[in-house]
Write a protein that binds this ligand. Structure first.
Ligand code: AMP
Ligand code: MG
Length: 401
């Protein structure tokens, strides 16, 4: 297990172990934002339900558009017209159903009505400015698939099809343990010599909440074998997954890995990733366990690259991996590395496309590198990047929400 595992292999192994709980619940649309669909949703209705007007104007037969037409009816949104006699037109407003017989709408700016007679300027084509029945959603069509994380526009689509509730997966409960004798909580007394504020707890809790998951806050765990074991066991009993930070490296004060081996099984340890090498994965009893490194930037990167896809799949997502974009490197690297590196960069859109410029200090202890950046640039092991080379980038906004 001393060999460093490539990131892609680690991710594949981790995802192979992420099986959703299958526990579902029905929620109203108002409660459904950010939840993961547990059903394929089919629409019982067509949207729109009938041909309707896309414009304020006049409904008519396209073939009648040459001569002046008598305006014989008025149809506003929410009302229904009568069959349109040949050679006549109906005053119509946006969203109102096109009357039987009419096959086109002329916008009011393109015609003139005088004394009940309509004169049309320009040509009229069949179907013009008519929104046909089912143009948005066909009756019986599957509108959203199981595994979809519901976004505001998805809720709108569900509502447009008449749904007021959906079946979603129960949100996972994820326990967060911050290990380290040196940690003090912000808001508590100033850190004494050798102490520092616990930042990982806040980064991790917010990352989890951003994914719609419930956080079980396990607080700070001292660097002590029995305290670590106790905290892990308690977390295993109260959560669907345990995430720890720190204590998975090779020092004598790193107790997490050893206690996981004792209470369950360590399945992976040490990835060919920079930052974040000491990442551990396994289970405590039967509860999945992800041991993130302690360094704050490593926590962010390994959460996004390994923990996030695992949790998303466990939560029911069918697309747990984030999309990557291509940008032009506004930097160069000196020599090929043995690990896949995730540089904290700022991606900006230029007339030449996306460009990625790195934060000057890439140390894993410098959390400002993540805070000041908006993306991670992926540098595969064994490669050297020259200024102007294409690089793959992961946008942080797509990782932290
Ligand atoms: P460790 O892996 O436990 O040796 O931790 C590596 C580094 O991360 C050390 O410098 C720790 O002080 C730091 N660290 C660990 N946990 C936290 C935390 N929760 N917040 C901020 N820094 C941390
Ligand atoms: Mg530690």
């Amino acid at each position: 297990m001393s060999q460093l595992l490539p990131v892609a292999d680690a991710l594949a192994q981790v995802l192979a172990r992420a099986r959703p709980t299958g526990e579902t619940q029905e929620v109203t649309l108002m409660e459904a934002l950010g939840r993961f669909l547990a059903e394929d949703v089919r629409s019982a209705v067509a949207v729109p339900g009938e041909d309707n007007s896309a414009m304020d104007g006049y409904a008519l037969r396209a073939c009648d558009a040459t001569g002046p037409l008598a305006v014989t009816q008025r149809i506003a949104a929410g009302s229904v017209g009568t069959p349109l006699a040949p050679g006549t037109a109906a005053r119509i407003f946006t969203g109102a159903p096109v009357p039987p017989g009419a096959d086109a709408v002329v916008m009011q700016e393109d015609c003139e009505e005088q004394d009940g007679q309509l004169v049309i300027r320009g040509e009229v084509h069949p179907g013009q400015h008519v929104r046909p029945r089912g143009q948005d959603i066909a009756e019986g069509a599957t509108i959203l698939h199981r595994g979809r994380r519901l976004r505001p526009q998805d809720l709108g689509v569900l509502a447009s099809a008449g749904r007021d509730s959906v079946r979603v997966y129960r949100p996972l409960r994820v326990a967060v343990l911050s290990t380290g004798d040196e940690l003090v909580e912000p808001g508590a007394a100033e850190p004494g010599p050798g102490q520092l504020y616990n930042s990982n707890r806040y980064t991790l809790a917010a990352l989890l909440r951003g994914l719609g998951l419930e956080v079980v806050d396990g607080g700070i765990v001292p660097d002590d074998a029995s305290a670590t074991a106790e905290a892990l066991q308690q977390a295993a009993g109260s959560a669907d997954c345990i995430i720890t930070s720190g204590g998975v490296s090779v020092g004598e004060e790193d107790h997490v890995k050893e206690q996981v081996e004792r209470l369950g099984q360590l399945e992976l340890w040490k990835l060919a990733i920079k930052p974040g090498k000491p990442l551990a994965f396994g289970r405590v009893g039967s509860t999945p366990f992800i041991g993130l490194p302690g360094n704050p930037s490593s926590v962010f990167v390994t959460f996004c690259l390994i923990a996030r896809p695992f949790l998303l799949q466990l939560q029911g997502s069918l697309e747990p991996e984030p999309p990557q974009l291509r940008a032009t490197a506004r930097f160069s690297t000196q020599r090929p590395g043995g690990r896949q590196e995730y540089l904290r960069v700022t991606v900006s859109g230029t007339s030449a496309g996306l460009e990625a410029a790195p934060f000057p200090n890439q140390s894993s202890g410098v959390l400002s590198s993540v805070s000041a950046s908006n993306a991670l640039a992926v540098i595969p092991p064994g490669t050297v990047v020259a200024e102007g080379d294409p690089v793959q980038v992961l946008l942080l906004d797509l990782l932290s929400g």
